[in-house]
Ligand binder design. Structure first.
Ligand code: G3P
Ligand code: MG
Length: 235
């Protein structure tokens, strides 16, 4: 299988990460996959944002889950990156699914919950996925957080799951089996050839983040996919 190139947070190297303009760039580049980070607002809407605060990537401050969607929509998520992207609003998962539904691009939804709001967050994710009905092979749901992945598995969303980990450990192996994952997504700098081979022999795909320089994967010839902020360097 050819190596899949996944646009990380859209095309995060050239556009404000996780915004509409960043996703559109990935689509225009003809990428097969994009990855975004998703988390709940105070009023249980799912928005696309990496950090649990909006401090780094907007003109506001504070936790995402302490704002309603309407409040978050008042902030600018593009200007921090470059004035050329002024007035980029927060992107919701609903808007993103609606944008890609008629296309062919795949979407890796990385779920980030650092509270105990698993059930309500996963219920909202399920409802959105049921509404848009994308083909099973176009969605991959991942998380670093084990309780989140257990909740996703129990909710039976009907989409494949990937276990995310900085460095593969015994608990990851257990979770891969428990949630019936199809892939293990690992930090490229903490992954070796043997781990990739063992995972693949056990039937799991291996996707590695974040690969911005082709030299980073010289020692890992067999990867299934890489996440990159600069996907154009690999296509
Ligand atoms: O999902 C791959 C990668 O995005 C995981 O790390 O911190 O960039 O979300 P992070
Ligand atoms: Mg991510």
């Amino acid at each position: 299988m050819a190596l899949k190139i996944v646009g990380h947070r859209g095309v995060a190297g050239l556009y404000p990460e996780n915004t509409l303009v960043s996703v559109q760039a990935a689509i225009e580049m003809g990428l097969d996959w994009i990855e975004v980070d998703v988390q709940p607002t105070k009023d249980r809407q799912l928005v696309v944002c990496h950090d649990h605060t909006i401090d780094r990537c907007s003109n506001g401050f504070g936790r995402v889950d302490q704002y309603t969607l309407e409040e978050l929509e008042q902030f600018d998520f593009g200007a921090w990156f470059s004035p050329q992207f002024n007035h980029q609003p927060i992107l919701t998962l609903k808007q993103l699914l609606s944008l890609i539904a008629p296309l062919e691009i795949g979407l890796n939804i990385e779920v980030k919950i650092d509270t105990d709001r698993y059930a309500e967050t996963v219920a909202e994710l399920k409802s959105l996925l049921e509404h848009f009905q994308l083909a099973k092979q176009r969605i991959l749901i991942s998380s670093f957080d084990h309780p989140t992945l257990r909740a996703v598995h129990q909710a039976q969303l009907g989409y494949p799951i990937a276990v995310l980990s900085e460095k593969l450990c015994k608990k990851d192996w257990q979770l891969l089996e428990e949630v019936n994952a199809i892939a293990c997504n690992l930090n490229v700098n903490k992954t070796n050839k043997q781990q990739v081979a063992l995972l693949q022999e056990a039937g799991y795909q291996v996707w590695c983040f974040t690969v911005n320089n082709p030299n980073q994967i010289k020692h890992l010839t067999n990867l299934d996919a890489i996440f990159s902020d600069y996907p154009q360097r690999f296509i």
